[in-house]
Design a protein around this ligand. Structure first.
Ligand SMILES: [Zn+2]
Length: 325
């Protein structure tokens, strides 16, 4: 597992490689053009001569200078036409903002952050279904539009949660966005909506980390026993957003309890947002992970209860061509 520094080093290396390839290609085209068009060397010599004369006349002869400027422009224009004829155009950088150097005014460019995020995500979860879990694919039609026994309308509730998630992604700030706790049975869209948030953040160049609780804790445990460099744990602690999916599905051990507490608590202290999805109730969370953790969640997380009927089941039935009652 790569640390944040290693990810950035890798991202910069990739940028440098892209830049080198483009520059090499450009230089090769340029060399070929000069071989094919002797006029290009002539033009260049004339440009140098005109340039030198411009320096001399700059102070003494304004009229002559205007003439020389026009000459210089004409030479440049002729050169440009000849170069283009030979396929030499300006280098098209992948990122025009930093011209693929990776830096803008000494600051790391967003394109590098984006590559680093993609590398981290790719490594954290190889089979994260990001593509099929976007806001556009979230269908509210699966939630019943009728008030249930508790006086709640699932469609209205889920529409509000959906809107909140969109705004969360839109206005995301890695230092001020709140922690979210999504409660509710399986199949109600918790994973879908959190993955939709994650996709949007990746597009914006943030570094979110997503994983089912079982995988995340598993990685921490393996690192600990292998005595490795704690890369996965560091990434989870430092990610712009950490999503712990399906909390409660993992085997509950004293190790997972303390791993969860450390992750939740460290991120609260460093004011980094976390999203937790769980099929457990608050009461079950307390029983399973102790009051130390549940009180952290109650005090520092905004809780949302997902309601409705199992969407996955409904989709499966639809796919089989059967009617839904
Ligand atoms: Zn850039």
């Amino acid at each position: 597992m790569l640390t944040r520094e290693e990810l950035y080093r890798k991202a910069f290396a990739l940028k440098a490689q892209m830049r080198t390839e483009k520059t090499k290609r450009y230089e090769l085209l340029l060399k070929t053009a000069y071989e094919r068009e002797p006029r290009l060397s002539e033009l260049e010599n004339q440009q140098i001569a005109v340039g030198a004369e411009l320096v001399v006349k700059a102070l003494s002869d304004p009229a002559e200078m205007r003439k020389l400027r026009q000459q210089a422009d004409a030479l440049a224009a002729e050169k440009k036409v000849l170069l283009e004829k030979n396929g030499v155009t300006e280098i098209l950088y992948d990122c025009s903002a930093c011209r693929d150097t990776g830096y803008i005014n000494g600051k790391i460019c967003d394109c590098v952050k984006r590559i680093a995020a993609e590398l981290a995500i790719a490594e954290m979860n190889e089979e994260m279904p990001l593509k099929s879990s976007r806001f556009e694919d979230f269908d509210l039609k699966y939630y019943p539009d009728k008030t249930d026994r508790d006086g709640v309308n699932p469609k209205r509730r889920m529409t509000a949660i959906f809107t909140m998630c969109r705004e969360y992604a839109d206005r995301f700030d890695p230092h001020t966005s709140p922690n979210l706790l999504f409660l509710g049975q399986a199949g109600l869209g918790k994973t879908h909506l959190t993955l939709a948030i994650v996709s949007e953040l990746i597009e914006k160049g943030y570094l979110p980390v997503y994983g089912p609780a079982e995988n995340l804790f598993g990685r921490i445990e393996r690192e600990k026993f292998a005595g490795e460099n704690r890369g996965a744990y560091d990434l989870m602690v430092n990610a712009d957003l950490l999503v712990i999916d399906d909390l409660g599905a993992e085997m509950a051990t004293s190790f997972t309890r303390s791993a969860l507490y450390n992750l939740v608590n460290t991120r609260i202290l460093s004011r980094k947002p976390t999203v937790i999805n769980t099929n457990l109730t608050m009461r079950e969370i307390e029983e399973r992970y102790t009051a130390r953790i549940s009180s952290r969640l109650i005090g520092n997380y905004q809780a949302y209860k997902f309601i409705g009927e199992d969407v996955r089941q409904k989709k499966a039935i639809e796919a089989k061509g059967k009617t839904v009652s």
